[in-house]
Design a protein around this ligand. Structure first.
Ligand code: IPM
Ligand code: MN
Length: 362
């Protein structure tokens, strides 16, 4: 196939990991006879510097004329003093909104070689395979009114029935392709918006009689994710809770660096690692490229339906880990692991690309 992909490296380690993901896609293209054209745009802090805003018009045009968007990360400490509406992060929120991507999918799959990197016991994390389905365009991130009133500041958590319905349907449909269980996470013992969420999810559940629905309060869920993560299949939740729970769940595999994400539901899918711009390690060449590379695999799967190619990337990632390649964030917690090889961003990515070129190598 022929496709145009918007390439938005953004800030910090986003730039370092995204070039690696792009090279992965270039190899896939040349090996499988596809043609991917990458068109680069600015977003986040770099866009504020170059264009005076975090999501400038040229980037908007690149995104809407592409079939998918691949993004690195946004955010820079030099803009810490700005109000939320002016920060680099606002560029990402504006992009999600512009594309209409209301569903954010964050799979947490603990492959065998990752178990040693987990801060939790191996029996707790072995076989974990959950998908966090986070509502991405509503809730307190976008709710009005928001602002200041003298010494008071306020934000608004708000959801409509339609907004809940569409994300719930997405969650149930995805559960049908997996283990047919949805855990809907809310705070319905306190928040009215959560009461509406719960009611609406129950309504949608009636359309999917082959999927089991369970409701869980968010505080309990935060605890269950570290106590018994194997119980989860699809976690369906709102924007804010999904943001928090996905960072927590990422640590089951020892690092936020391995988690990919897909934002879908709108015109053009957006794919980005869950980790941020990580200014503390930016420029050192040690960032973990797996989150970005796995996001490229999600792009092939969800935007282009290239299941075989996506699987090839996922397998190569597991193989590189099985060969004991570890970026520093994945350093094993069990001291005896002497075969472990601490590698750079480039070395890890090269190893993954080698396994894509020769999938049968060991
Ligand atoms: C994420 C990030 C973003 C969010 C920020 C950078 C706006 O934390 O994708 O999880 O809160 O959604
Ligand atoms: Mn986050």
């Amino acid at each position: 196939m022929k496709a145009r992909i918007a390439f938005l490296p953004g800030d910090g380690i986003g730039r370092e990991v995204l070039v690696e993901a792009r090279q992965v896609l270039e190899i896939i293209a040349s090996e499988h006879g596809h043609e991917f054209e990458f068109v680069e745009g600015d977003i986040g802090a770099i866009a504020i510097e170059r264009h005076g805003e975090a999501f400038p018009l040229p980037t908007r045009e690149i995104c809407e004329s592409s079939q998918a968007v691949l993004l690195g990360a946004v955010g820079h400490p030099k803009f810490d003093h700005l109000p939320p509406d002016k920060k680099p992060e606002r560029g990402l929120l504006a992009l999600r909104e512009f594309l209409g991507n209301y569903a954010n999918l964050r799979p947490v799959l603990i492959s065998e070689p990752l178990i040693d990197s987990s801060p939790l016991k191996s029996d707790v994390v072995r076989g974990v395979d959950m998908l966090i389905v986070r509502e991405l365009l509503g809730g307190i991130y976008f709710g009005k009114p928001r602002g200041r009133d003298g010494d008071r500041a306020y934000d608004t958590e708000t959801y409509s029935r339609d907004e809940v319905r569409r994300i719930a349907r997405m969650g149930f449909k995805l559960a049908q392709l997996r283990h047919r269980k949805v855990t809907s996470v809310d705070k319905a013992n306190v928040l009215e918006s959560s009461v509406l969420w719960r009611e609406t999810v129950a309504e949608v559940a009636r359309e999917f009689t082959d999927v089991k629905l369970e409701n869980m309060y968010v505080d309990n869920c935060a605890m269950q994710i570290v106590a018994r993560p194997q119980q989860f299949d699809v976690i369906l939740t709102n924007n804010m809770f999904g943001d928090i729970l996905s960072d927590e769940a990422a640590m089951l595999g020892g690092s936020l660096g391995v988690l990919p994400s897909a934002s879908i539901g709108g015109k053009v899918g957006l794919y980005e690692p869950v980790h941020g711009s990580a200014p503390d390690i930016a420029g050192k060449g040690i960032a973990n490229p797996i989150g970005a590379i796995s996001s490229a695999a999600m792009l092939l799967e969800h935007s282009f339906g290239l299941h075989h190619e996506a699987t090839k990337i996922d397998r190569a990632v597991v193989k590189a880990l099985s060969r004991h390649y570890r970026t520093p964030d994945l350093k094993s917690r069990t001291k005896e692991k002497t075969e472990e090889r601490i590698v750079s961003t480039r070395e890890m990515a090269e190893c993954i690309r080698d396994f894509i070129r020769t999938p049968d190598a060991t």
